[in-house]
Design a protein around this ligand. Structure first.
Ligand code: CP
Ligand code: NVA
Length: 286
């Protein structure tokens, strides 16, 4: 049984397969199949793109909230997972603790798909890679600079995806905010100017992720020198700007950059739906 909890679970061939299936015209391989979409955190892009992707594949999405399902409280993780398998072809989850997805996957009752955890955001990375390929015509050899809080779910999945497909990933972050256990080949720098020099893609994410509100003040102070603004983008004259969204204009990025001509955030957001189709089809393949 296949699961998709993190990009590092994939081989380069798997990743290429998913990207190819993201761009294929929609057949209806999910006819009569359900997909459970379980959310412990808010979402605009992930819920909408997943619901639309399931519908485009001919399946039926069912949105489930934390209190309603009561995993581990009302019922054990194993019993909830087995129950979902009675009705659904895939269980997708957005969770506070990645270990819940690991526990659901260990039941092996149905494929489990990570829609964001504290450590990983593989669906975002799939959309990011698709976007990079559309913009640059290739992924191998592309230089991607991630600026800001690099020890986060989006940066980790992006780093793993870039590494698998031969793109160069460079981070620029303050001390203590470097990506932990990065894939081999990732360069971690302190200087954002050095990181973005010659970049094809400049990428950032919020400094305060969901669930980190208690650390907000400390995080904003630590990351304040890592805002992506016009002056930083001037050091990467050929780069496109990417952001997973939601964004906080005036914090990790200025409005001038994110709403400017080099920003491709809406193309990137739309690609969440196309790459969700790729991930869903890959999970059911074979
Ligand atoms: N990028 C992303 O996952 O957005 P949402 O949190 O709105 O789903
Ligand atoms: N790092 C962000 C990503 C949101 C899509 C968070 O976890 O809140």
């Amino acid at each position: 049984m296949k699961h998709l909890l993190a990009i590092r679970d994939l081989s380069p061939a798997d990743l290429e397969d998913i990207l190819a299936m993201s761009e294929e015209s929609a057949a209806k391989p999910f006819a009569d199949k359900g997909v459970a979409l379980y959310f412990e955190k808010p979402s605009a892009r992930t819920r909408n793109s997943m619901e639309m992707a399931v519908a485009q594949l001919g399946g039926h999405p069912v949105y489930l909230q934390k209190d309603e399902l009561g995993i581990g409280l009302r019922e054990s993780v194993e019993d909830v997972t087995r129950t979902l398998a009675c009705f659904h072809a895939i269980a997708a989850g957005r969770v506070k603790d990645h270990r819940l997805l690991t526990a659901m996957a260990a039941v092996n009752a149905l494929p489990v798909l990570n829609m964001l955890s504290d450590t990983d955001h593989p669906l975002q990375a799939l959309a990011d890679l698709l976007t990079i390929r559309q913009l640059c015509g290739r992924i191998e050899g592309v230089k991607v600079a991630f600026v800001g809080d690099a020890n986060n779910n989006v940066a980790r999945s992006l780093a793993e995806g870039c590494t698998l497909l031969g793109a160069e990933l460079i981070t620029a972050s303050p001390a203590g905010y470097e990506l932990q256990d990065p894939p081999a080949g990732v360069r971690q720098l302190a200087d954002p100017v050095e990181a973005v020099a010659g970049a094809d893609i400049v990428y950032t994410d919020v400094w305060v992720s969901m669930g980190q509100d208690r650390e907000a003040e400390r995080r904003r102070a630590a990351c304040s020198a890592y805002q992506v603004d016009a002056a930083l983008m001037a050091h990467a004259p050929d780069a496109f700007f990417l952001h997973c969204l939601p964004a906080r204009r005036g914090e990790e990025v200025t409005a001038e950059v994110i709403d400017g001509p080099r920003s491709v955030i809406w193309q990137q957001a739309e690609n969440r739906m196309h790459s969700a189709r790729g991930a869903l089809q890959w999970l059911l393949k074979d």
